[in-house]
Design a protein. Structure first.
Length: 104
């Protein structure tokens, strides 16, 4: 006997809704507030955090005190630096561009 589609749909829809809600962006209430050492992370620290992202992610799996993103930041410039650093280290699509160039 086949499972009716509506039963499968009744199971998948709540799971997908929870997954999409978990990815929703939220306001950073600690933006522009200094951390315990009195500093606010800017572009250069964001660039550094983006560059060490792969290592920090692995360490964060084993230590609760390690985060991959500094919440005490100045907003857009930190985010831009973090994204730029992550793209530098993770490739940023350059491998796909070099593959297309080799085919010609």
């Amino acid at each position: 006997m086949k499972t009716p589609r509506y039963c499968l749909l009744a199971i998948l829809v709540p799971i997908l809704c929870c997954a999409f809600c978990a990815c929703a962006a939220n306001q950073n209430t600690l933006k522009n507030l200094p951390s315990a050492d009195g500093s606010v992370a800017g572009f250069w620290l964001g660039l550094w955090h983006g560059m060490i992202l792969p290592i920090t992610f692995i360490v964060s799996l084993f230590h609760d005190g390690v985060n991959i993103y500094e919440v005490h930041n100045n907003g857009g410039w930190y985010n831009f630096g973090f994204l730029s650093g992550a793209l530098i280290v993770l490739g940023g699509g350059s491998s796909a561009a070099s593959r297309n160039g080799a085919d010609e």
